[in-house]
Design a protein around this ligand. Structure first.
Ligand SMILES: *[C@@H]1O[C@H](CO)[C@@H](O)[C@H](O)[C@H]1NC(C)=O
Ligand SMILES: *[C@@H]1O[C@H](CO)[C@@H](O)[C@H](O)[C@H]1NC(C)=O
Ligand SMILES: *[C@@H]1O[C@H](CO)[C@@H](O)[C@H](O)[C@H]1NC(C)=O
Ligand SMILES: *[C@@H]1O[C@H](CO)[C@@H](O)[C@H](O)[C@H]1NC(C)=O
Ligand SMILES: *[C@@H]1O[C@H](CO)[C@@H](O)[C@H](O)[C@H]1NC(C)=O
Ligand SMILES: *[C@@H]1O[C@H](CO)[C@@H](O)[C@H](O)[C@H]1NC(C)=O
Length: 721
């Protein structure tokens, strides 16, 4: 049986160093950030893992000893859905129990001790499915907490299990933004709720009802879907205040990015007010874009947050602002820094740590609160991406990150000492990742269409530079994004390389992390400078990388990367490639109007398709002149729940390729969105995508272990005569 053969290959590969196949990638443990206790001697993290033997996932919570790096099990009870450290001692925990003894669809808050986890007690019953717990101990000894959940317009928490269902499935809309990412908008929305646990003797008991801090502001929503989470809100260290981000409720949601940072008393005694709204006294002039990541200072007297200036551009440069609550003053920090940071932590009242993309990595920087306009923050971490970080009592930070060669990497670092010590790394812990290491990757800079462009190289298992390997061009989406030195379970370049390719992953015009000009220069230029940059990367490989075989090169990309694949199909570069893969890309330029976030293409193409027709036509992969050139075998992946780029885009492209007689296949997942997430689907995705590339590059023929389309186990529908 085909699948059986594939499983055997996976088992065999596990014993060879340097090889990672899709099954190993997908079934490797996935670990969360490590969160240290207040004393800084131990950190907690969660692990989930999918098994292709049982076809199910398991999850556990673990402890990492911050001296020895030893990992131990805290609990694998599947009812434990979130755990936070409580207070200033080293062992108290508060957790969300995902079941509720009294309210179906509700959850419970439990208090316990890290040394005796199973002996906890229930402190509160919550009436719906809350998550994103943040808790502090107030001066009275009570616990003030916030958590997020769904809300009705009247502020009552929405509990899906108890909600009355309509007899009809109809939906009716009077405003645009009918659907977002993979969900149709409804009358319920996300909100931040606050609550208190009163100290009674040695334990905590629930005090009063939950307060909805968001719903009193009409049309506000926090966390903001689809990706907003607990970083969209914060509770002050003294427990008295809460801040949250919401899309501006007073402007059209679908065509502008404007967001406000709100401030509200924890007890909900006043309605939340924006600190950066059009009428707020401290709003920085001309700053109207997306705002995010509000974080209270240790003294509870200031809020740090980021905001972009442009109100219709989701990839404008984020500037860090500090708002002082009492004086209602806001100042920019290191305002001219040509980076777009996305995370911030307070070290103390005067110092901050800021994280953000920098040249294909995500690094941490030390920044004083009063940094002037021209201050140049100094990085103190280097390789990989620093995904999450927490301050330790000695003022070093505990960082959880990843690289292209390890899915999880926990280390300490500090502005004075840089990276101090690695405590744990997945490539040392997980059998499926054994043998992966920093030598698997390299980078080069080359002349692009206008400036120097960076590109990653990812080598295959057992790489021998005296041999030749077909080139796989990896084209990222966004387009404002980057290939970074980070782990991915969806487009993991190493799992592609290990089939037998040299993966070339350039960061062309439009990419983030190399200064705002490179990011901005893709506007109204989708098939221009970025295409030329990709061609130049290909030619650089042909000329300078003697181990790179460009005579049987292939290319793959998703989203904007899928647009670029379709653009390449109608361009000269397409004639030099043996196969293409377009995952959830765009094809018909005017069809972009069916997307969810209208600001995106209206900014990218500098207007609407009826107002600025030439801009859309200029970069239209479905231009008949281009279609007539289509000739390279192409796989199209497009999913039904993709509301960013609806499935009609992929179908249109497939119909064209089939009618033009170009070898092509359509792969569809009815239950996936812009991304393929479910493990069993991900396995099929990898099998088809790698199989397609391997077939046309010749890798299938030369590597008996390579993934092959011959092993397809899903019945292929083919009524061709
Ligand atoms: C939880 O961990 C215990 C101890 O390691 C183990 O015996 C048990 O099978 C695990 N249960 C689950 C559901 O993983
Ligand atoms: C979770 O709690 C429910 C009771 O609400 C119980 O029936 C179930 O067995 C628990 N699950 C585990 C893994 O303990
Ligand atoms: C979760 O809550 C249920 C219902 O109260 C309870 O039966 C179960 O023991 C709890 N589990 C944990 C781990 O707290
Ligand atoms: C809020 O609205 C929901 C849905 O209409 C309703 O079920 C609930 O009873 C209302 N809550 C209050 C306090 O009126
Ligand atoms: C944004 O959408 C609103 C309708 O919701 C419309 O009135 C307005 O003109 C649009 N603005 C832009 C800049 O497209
Ligand atoms: C966008 O359009 C405006 C006005 O229509 C124009 O001034 C501007 O130059 C255009 N920008 C680009 C990058 O095309």
């Amino acid at each position: 049986m085909a699948l059986h053969r594939w499983l055997c290959v996976a088992a065999a590969a596990a014993s060879t160093a340097w090889a990672m196949d899709p099954e190993q990638l997908i079934s490797a443990p996935r670990r969360s950030e490590a969160i240290p206790n207040p004393k800084g001697n131990v950190a907690i993290f969660s692990t989930s893992q999918y098994s292709f033997d049982t076809h199910s996932s398991s999850a556990s919570w673990n402890l990492l000893d911050l001296k020895s790096g030893k990992i131990s099990l805290l609990t694998n009870d599947s009812n434990v859905s979130e755990i936070v450290w409580l207070g200033t001692d080293k062992s108290s925990l508060l957790y969300i129990n995902g079941t509720n003894a009294d309210v179906p669809g509700g959850v419970e808050l439990w208090v316990t001790d890290v040394n005796n986890f199973a002996n906890g007690y229930k402190a509160a019953s919550l009436p719906a499915a809350f998550s994103g717990l943040k808790a502090v101990i107030t001066s009275s000894g009570d616990v003030n907490y916030v958590a997020s959940g769904q809300s009705y317009a009247n502020g009552t928490a929405y509990n899906e299990e108890l909600a009355t269902k309509s007899l009809s499935s109809a939906r009716i809309y009077d405003s645009i933004y009918v659907r977002h990412w993979d969900t149709y908008l409804t009358t319920t929305f996300n909100a931040v709720f606050s609550g208190t646990l009163a100290k009674k003797g040695k334990s905590y008991v629930s005090k009063g009802a939950l307060k909805n801090l968001v719903s009193p502001v009409k049309n506000a929503e926090s966390p903001y879907p689809p990706f907003g989470g607990s970083s969209d809100y914060d509770i002050s260290p003294n427990g008295k205040l809460v801040t949250f981000k919401s899309k501006a409720p007073d402007v059209p949601r679908a065509n502008l990015t404007t967001a406000y940072i709100y401030l509200v008393p924890h007890d909900g005694s006043r309605t939340a007010e924006p600190i950066n709204g059009p009428d707020s006294p401290a709003t920085p002039e001309g700053v109207q874009g997306d705002a995010n990541n509000p974080v209270f200072s240790p003294g509870s007297d200031k809020i740090a947050y980021f905001q972009m200036a442009d109100k219709s551009y989701e990839s404008d440069r984020r500037v860090l602002y500090i708002h002082t609550i009492k004086s209602q003053k806001t100042v920019a920090v290191a305002e001219d820094w040509d980076r777009s940071p996305d995370s911030v932590k307070w070290v103390d009242a005067k110092n901050l740590i800021v994280g953000g993309e920098d040249k294909g990595r995500s690094r941490l920087f030390a920044v004083p609160v009063n940094a002037k306009k021209d201050f140049k923050p100094k990085k103190f971490t280097d390789g990989g991406v620093a995904g999450a970080y927490y301050l330790l009592p000695d003022k070093s930070v505990l960082v959880t990150g990843s690289t292209m060669w390890t899915s999880w990497n926990v280390y300490t670092a500090s502005p004075k000492k840089n990276v101090i010590k690695t405590l744990a790394s997945a490539n040392k812990l997980d059998a499926g990742l054994a043998g992966l290491g920093p030598d698997d990757i390299d980078e080069f800079y080359y002349q692009g269409s206008a400036t120097k462009i960076q590109s990653w190289i990812i080598y295959p298992k057992g790489f021998d530079k005296s041999k030749k390997y077909p080139v796989l061009l990896f084209i990222h989406g966004g387009p404002q994004g980057s290939w970074a030195d980070s782990w991915s379970t969806r487009w993991n370049p190493k799992v592609f390389a290990d089939q037998g390719y040299v993966v070339i992953a350039p960061n062309p015009t439009g990419s983030t992390g190399f200064g705002q000009k490179l990011t901005d220069d893709i506007q109204n230029n989708w098939g221009g400078a970025p295409y030329d940059d990709i061609v130049n990367a290909f030619e650089y490989a042909a000329k300078h990388l003697h181990y790179a075989d460009t005579s049987r090169a292939v290319a793959a990309g998703a989203s904007y990367g899928g647009f670029m694949i379709n653009w390449i199909q109608g361009s000269d570069l397409g004639r030099k490639l043996k196969a293409l893969v377009c995952h959830d890309g765009t094809f018909v330029a005017d069809a972009k109007i069916s997307t969810d976030e209208l600001w995106f293409m209206e900014r990218e193409f500098n207007g609407t398709f009826w107002g600025e027709r030439d801009n859309y036509r200029r970069w239209d992969p479905s231009d008949p002149e281009r279609i007539l050139r289509f000739d390279t075998p192409q796989l199209i992946v497009h999913n039904d729940l993709d509301y960013r780029l609806p499935v009609a885009e992929g179908l249109s492209l497939f119909n064209v390729l089939q009618e033009r007689g170009v070898p092509s296949r359509f792969l569809n997942f009815p239950d996936e969105n812009h991304w393929v997430i479910h493990q069993e689907n991900s396995l099929v995705w990898h099998q088809q995508v790698l199989g397609w590339l391997n077939k046309y590059s010749g890798v299938s023929k030369e590597n008996p272990n390579a993934v092959s389309l011959d092993d397809t186990v899903i019945p292929v529908v083919d009524y061709n005569p």
